[in-house]
Ligand binder design. Structure first.
Ligand SMILES: [Fe+2]
Length: 311
């Protein structure tokens, strides 16, 4: 498929309550690569196989959660056009100057109906994956340090007005609906969870209907294989990481997964597998009665923490 418009999740800024503990966790346990610290004390990191300067930003704060989730778009002309399109949809946009995030160009930020700050940007410094562009080795030392995911894969955000959010992402930002979970029959089966793709992935972002706006459910990091998810579980055990669910398989997206919490209580996922939908794929629907199997296909269990604990 030709990749135009919004390309992929580019970064997420997390609030963390103990920056040194968070830094150590994201670098040494999750195994991201630290690429910088700015004057505000924010720590910038990337997964080993990502080419751009950073994908995760840790900001020291008094509460956990997410400040914003950003998508990289094809080029500056795309950024200008999408800014106009988002405004025409009825949202206010703000331009954040180049350099406010390390090595990142101008960003367009807007608050979507679920209360989340979403950003678009076209430029971020290419730092490479450490293997070079000429006759590269398949992996290097960073691919073996800690859990070592290959990339920031997607985010799951909790907030109200999921129907409006779906309209924005599918009609303005060029995403398509891959899977959805319906609410109870007696409520008329509204879409309570939507999994949206701008690419060939089962989801680049997902939303769950939730009364409180702007909440983070998890950031997900891609592992190359199910075996590497199981190795991640071993590393979590060795480091006494607090695990929410897994290792198990999702029904939704067929991903193989573990959910766990960082030292501030932000949930993250190590994820592999799934399938590769094209934009003409018919969306898959999960009924409310089968939601447990959508979440945890091995047990069919609806985990209370998964449904209720967000930052
Ligand atoms: Fe996920």
């Amino acid at each position: 498929m030709a990749m135009t418009g919004v390309l992929r999740p580019g970064h997420a800024q997390l609030r963390v309550m103990d920056i040194e503990a968070a830094r150590k966790f994201y670098r040494d346990v999750l195994g991201l690569v630290e690429t910088g610290v700015d004057a505000q004390g924010r720590v910038f990191l990337k997964a080993w196989d990502e080419r751009d300067h950073h994908s995760v930003i840790l900001r020291p704060a008094d509460t956990a959660g997410i400040d914003f989730f950003g998508f990289k778009v094809l080029d500056k002309a795309t950024l200008d056009q999408l800014e106009k399109d988002v405004q025409a949809f009825g949202l206010k946009t703000e331009r954040i100057p180049a350099g406010e995030l390390m090595e990142t160009g101008e960003r367009v930020r807007f608050t979507i109906p679920s209360g989340h700050a979403i950003e678009l940007y076209a430029e971020k410094k290419h730092v490479g994956n450490g293997l070079g562009q000429l006759n590269p080795a398949p992996w290097g030392p960073d691919a073996e340090r800690g859990i070592a995911p290959v990339r920031l894969d997607h985010g799951l955000l909790y907030g109200p007005n999921v129907a409006q959010v779906k309209k924005l992402f599918t009609e303005v930002l060029g995403f398509f609906l891959v899977e959805r979970i319906l609410g109870p029959k007696e409520a008329g089966e509204p879409e309570v969870a939507i999994f949206l793709s701008c690419s060939h992935k089962t989801h680049d972002i997902a939303f769950v209907e939730h009364p409180e706006p702007g909440k983070l459910h998890h950031l997900s990091f891609l592992m190359p294989t199910w075996e590497r998810v199981q190795r991640a579980a071993d590393i979590m055990g060795m480091n006494k990481v607090s695990i929410d669910i897994g290792p198990t398989r999702h029904g939704v997206t067929r991903g193989e997964t573990i959910y766990a919490w960082d030292p501030s209580g932000n949930r993250f996922e190590t994820f592999a597998g799934g399938y590769q939908p094209y934009p003409d794929a018919e969306p898959i629907t999960w009924t409310f009665e089968q939601f447990g199997y959508g979440l945890d296909y091995t047990t069919g269990k609806l985990h209370d923490t998964f449904l209720g604990v967000v930052t």
